[in-house]
Structures are given as structure tokens and as C-alpha cells.
Design a protein around this ligand. Structure first.
Ligand code: ATP
Ligand code: MG
Length: 354
């Protein structure tokens, strides 16, 4: 098949890991007889330097016209001034909103050979295979009113946690669709004992579940979910939750995997459109040294193959190549090894055909 992929390397190590992932996607394409064409655009700090804004309309239009978007990372100390009117992260928000991406997927899997890198030592870590689906465009981070004021010498601030049934329904529905090709368990996470928005969440999640009798649903309070991720992570399959709970739980779940450099993500909306990126940031401390681990981005590309291009087999082959490279001892510095970014990419590509 032919596919048109927009690359947004961004800042710092984003540039290095996206270049390595492109080479790996090309190897997949060559092996299966596909033709991927790429166009590269600016996002984040480099876009601010070049254009004065973190994401231009032209770049957004290119992303809308593409089959999928692969992103590196944005930001860095150069653009860290909190009082600046334009910030690199605005590029990500504009991209998600512009493409209507309301769900963020983070798979959490452990490579058996890297279990010692996980902060948890339990034997069942090898069985951990979780997909967290975080609502991305609603909730506390976007609700209005949003107030910061001083009244009669007292400072006061307000944030608003708001969800409509439609916003809840579409992300929970996506979680159920994803669970149908996994272990068929959805854990819907809320704080329904305290929050009205969580009571609506639970009601709507229950309605969605009724349309999917073949999939089990369990409701869990977010505090207890945070605990169970540490004590019994292997019990989870798909976790679906609102924006802020998901923000916190996905960072917690990511440390189970051992290194930030290993974890992929996908942001999806309706249809097959998506933005795929590693969960790590621009890592200014190692940028430009050629030592960043590209695996998080390569696994993000596997998600791109699966969700945007519907190339399930190719995605599985790429994921297996990553697992085999790691099983064969391929390690970048974050995993205690000596391989460069390119060395790690080459180790994955060497396993592709095999
Ligand atoms: P952001 O604010 O953009 O999320 P951050 O400071 O929270 O950034 P990262 O930029 O992801 O986090 O870096 C956190 C630490 O993890 C740094 O020490 C960085 O070098 C390391 N790190 C992140 N990604 C990788 C990678 N792909 N390979 C190796 N080390 C990495
Ligand atoms: Mg961070």
C-alpha cells in the first residue's frame, strides 16, 4: 500500500529518535512491499524559532491531509521561560485539537529481559500487558470557568471538571473496541464516591458496557487503581479514564516498564487518523549525543501501522523485532548498555526479516 506520513521530529532527542524510526519504517515497507512517503515539518521550539508559533496552519493542514503523524518531542531549556507568550507545548495542544484526537493510548508492557530495570520485583511482572486509554480533550484541563483572582486580600483559584455524556461515551467506546482484540476486560477508573462528573462517567461507561456483552467491565476508584498498579499490575487489561486521572496513572504505569525511553503512545480520534509519539520528552541532557533510546518511537510507529494504516501484521512483526533485539542483548545507555541510537535501530532492523 501507499501511505503518506508526516514527520514532526520537534526538539532535542526528538530529531534523533524520529530519524531512526523512519529508517525502521522504511525497512518494514521494503519487507512487505509498501511505499511510505514522508514530509517533515516543524513543531515546538524549533517552530517558534522559525515562525514565531509552535504549530503553523500549514503544518496542521499537512497533518490533516496525511494518513498518520509521527512526532518526536517538543521543548527544551531555550524555551522554558514560563512568562513567554508562546510555548513549545502549545504545538501539541493545537495538533490534538486540530485533529480531533480525544483519546491517548499508552500500552505498558515489560520485556522479560528488562524486569530488573523495573522498580517492582514481583514475579508476575512478565505478565503485565496494560493499555491505558486516557481522555485527552476534556475534564479539568479544559473546563470553564478557570479563575485566578484576589478578592479583599484573599487569593483564590478555580478549575472546573466538566464532561458531557458524549465526550465520555466516545472514549469509553474506543476502549471497548480495543479490548475486544485483547483480554476483554475494561477497567473504568473514576472517583464516583466524591465527584458528580465521575458519577456521570460511571453511568455512561455502564451504558457502553451493555452494548458489549462479550467484554467484562469493572469500575474502580482512582486511588485504589493507583495502588493496584503497584500491587497487581498483571490483573489489568484496558484501563479507561478521564484526563487528569489518566495523566497521573499513565506516568505511574510507565515506570513499571523500567525506562521512559521504551514507552510508545498514540493519540486517536474518530476514524483512523492519529498522532504517534514516545512518552518521553526532549531530554535536553542527552540531546545531540546520539545515545537516546529510539525504542519508544519505534513502538509508536508500530501503533501507527496498526491503528492508522491497518497493517496489523506489519505492526506485530515490528514489535516482535523489538522484543527480539532486546532479548538478544541490545541496550542503549538508559538500559545500562553502550549502543547508540543508530545501533539500537540497526539491532531492531536486523531482527525484522528473521
Ligand atoms: P518533558 O517536560 O518534555 O516531559 P522531562 O524533563 O519530563 O521532559 P524527558 O525529557 O523525557 O523528561 O527526560 C527525563 C529523563 O529521561 C532525562 O534524564 C532523559 O535523558 C531521560 N530520557 C528520556 N527519554 C529518553 C530516551 N529516549 N533515551 C534515553 N534516555 C531518555
Ligand atoms: Mg515530563
Amino acid at each position: 500500500m501507499k501511505a503518506n506520513i508526516v514527520l514532526l521530529p520537534g526538539d532535542g532527542i526528538g530529531v534523533e529518535v524520529v530519524a531512526e524510526t523512519r529508517a525502521t519504517l522504511d525497512a518494514v515497507a521494503a519487507q512487505f512491499g509498501h511505499s511510505f512517503s514522508y514530509s517533515e515539518h516543524l513543531i515546538g521550539g524549533c517552530a517558534i524559532d522559525a515562525t514565531g508559533t509552535a504549530l503553523t496552519q500549514e503544518t496542521l493542514d499537512a497533518c490533516r491531509a496525511a494518513d498518520a503523524v509521527l512526532l518526536g518531542a517538543v521543548g527544551g531549556p531555550k524555551w522554558d521561560n514560563p512568562s513567554a507568550s508562546v510555548r513549545p507545548e502549545q504545538g501539541l495542544l493545537a495538533l490534538r485539537q486540530g485533529l480531533g484526537l480525544y483519546a491517548n493510548l499508552r500500552p505498558i508492557r515489560l520485556f522479560p529481559e528488562l524486569i530488573q530495570a523495573s522498580p517492582l520485583k514481583a514475579e508476575r511482572l512478565a505478565d503485565v500487558d496494560i493499555l491505558v486509554v486516557r481522555e485527552l480533550t476534556g475534564g479539568l484541563y479544559f473546563g470553564k470557568p478557570r479563575i485566578r483572582e484576589e478578592v479583599n486580600g484573599r487569593r483564590r483559584a478555580v478549575d472546573t471538571l466538566e464532561y458531557t455524556d458524549e465526550e465520555i461515551q466516545r472514549v469509553v467506546e474506543l476502549a471497548f473496541r480495543l479490548a475486544s482484540s485483547r483480554r476483554r476486560l475494561v477497567t473504568s477508573v473514576d472517583k464516583a464516591n466524591v465527584l458528580e462528573s465521575s458519577r456521570l462517567w460511571r453511568t455512561v461507561a455502564t451504558e457502553v458496557a451493555a452494548r458489549h456483552p462479550e467484554i467484562r467491565i469493572e469500575h474502580q476508584l482512582v486511588d485504589s487503581c493507583a495502588m493496584r498498579l503497584i500491587t497487581s499490575a498483571a490483573a489489568f487489561d484496558v484501563i479507561v479514564t478521564e484526563n487528569m486521572f489518566g495523566d497521573i496513572l499513565t506516568d505511574e504505569a510507565a515506570v513499571l516498564a523500567g525506562s521512559l525511553g521504551l514507552c510508545p503512545s498514540a493519540s486517536l480520534g474518530d476514524g483512523t487518523r492519529g498522532v504517534y509519539e514516545p512518552i518521553h520528552g526532549s531530554a535536553p541532557d542527552i540531546a545531540g549525543k546520539g545515545i537516546a533510546n529510539p525504542i519508544g518511537t519505534i513502538l509508536s510507529a508500530a501503533m501507527l501501522l496498526r491503528h492508522s494504516l491497518r497493517l496489523d501484521k506489519e505492526a506485530a512483526v515490528l514489535e516482535r523485532a523489538v522484543a527480539q533485539a532486546i532479548a538478544g542483548g541490545a541496550r542503549t545507555a538508559d538500559l545500562g548498555g553502550k549502543l547508540s541510537t543508530q545501533g539500537m535501530g540497526a539491532a531492531v532492523r536486523a531482527k525484522l526479516a528473521g
